[in-house]
Design a protein around this ligand. Structure first.
Ligand code: GDP
Length: 297
């Protein structure tokens, strides 16, 4: 009953790249995300307090948009992929120039390779006295990551999230990589998306941050998401502003769910509430059966 038809080439339109930041703890993932957030045209602009909803979109000077996943952590990335929600188009691998390659850096490299997601290496903390970017590039070679500086095809850029240097360069490289990927989606169809985060909010009930993959989600749309169903009561963007619709690559907080789904669950719009509830009930039953089957006798 779910409309999972392929889109026709002529219905596809360019969409914003979805970017995740990975790297070793303390190498500056959070700082870099914060700095990038402030680098768009709307950065520091009044109107709307920044909300943490697990993802946000930055509008650049040329009006193009980049969606950043605000959930650093490799588990989130692998968990989502394991659940079939491969939402990440590009990974920024953050490596501190003073610390160099560390276990979680190597883990991130392996994740990207396994998932076939292109990487951009951001050599961070170049403002530090003991920074050694060239050493980082050499060490990357040992892991078959050959950056441009070493005549390879992996883009690399020196940045300081603290001093806010190299950010424009990083954004250029993200946009270049996005162009190469020719990211497209059909905005004119029933929406499909993936759960980035979900929680049970005291005042608002179950809320989920959905990243739209294709189609457009509207207020009033009926949907299934994992083993839950619902009808979009309201949607909020990453600045906490109410929006009526959300298209491809846009993250929105959705209100009006029967319960909190899990990160990585897929959202699909369906015709009516009866159908939505049936599908959700069926899925709940399947999950229940699996649990009972796994339980020790
Ligand atoms: P995360 O664990 O990867 O998210 O790292 P954080 O963003 O929390 O940064 C860890 C520490 O490194 C913090 O004390 C930051 O202030 C510091 N830091 C981050 N980026 C830079 C940078 O470009 N230069 C310097 N000197 N310090 C930085």
């Amino acid at each position: 009953d779910l409309d999972t038809t392929e889109d026709r080439e002529e219905d596809l339109q360019p969409r914003a790249p979805v970017v995740a930041v990975m790297g070793h703890v303390d190498h500056g993932k959070t700082s870099l995300l914060d700095a990038l957030r402030g680098s768009g045209v709307a950065g520091g602009e009044a109107g709307g307090i920044t909300q943490h909803i697990g993802a946000y979109q930055v509008t650049m000077k040329d009006k193009s948009k980049i969606t950043f996943l605000d959930t650093p952590g490799h588990e989130a990335f692998t968990e989502m992929r394991a659940r079939g929600a491969d939402v990440t188009d590009i990974v920024i691998l953050v490596v501190a120039a003073d610390d160099g390659l560390m276990p979680q850096t190597i883990e991130a490299i392996n994740h990207c390779k396994a998932a076939n997601v292109p990487m951009i290496v951001a050599i961070n903390k170049v403002d530090k006295e003991d920074a050694n970017p060239q050493r980082v590039r050499e060490r990357l070679l040992e892991h078959e990551v050959i950056v441009e500086e070493m005549s390879g095809d992996v883009q690399d850029v020196e940045v300081s999230a603290l001093k806010k240097t190299g950010l424009d360069d990083l954004i250029d490289k993200i946009q270049l990589q996005a162009e190469l990927l020719e990211l497209k989606a059909n905005p004119d169809r029933a929406a499909e998306g993936a759960v980035i985060e979900a929680k049970l909010d005291k005042g608002r009930g179950p809320v989920a941050t959905i990243l739209i993959n294709r189609g457009t989600l509207n207020v009033g749309d009926v949907f299934v998401v994992g083993a839950e169903s619902g009808k979009v009561r309201a949607m909020l963007d990453d600045k906490g502003r109410q929006v009526k619709k959300a298209g491809p690559s846009m993250p929105v907080e959705v209100l009006g769910l029967s319960g909190a789904p899990m990160a990585g669950d897929r959202l699909q719009v369906v015709d009516n509430e009866t159908k939505a509830r049936e599908i959700a009930e069926y899925r709940k039953g399947v999950i229940h059966q699996k649990r009972t089957a796994q339980a020790p006798a």
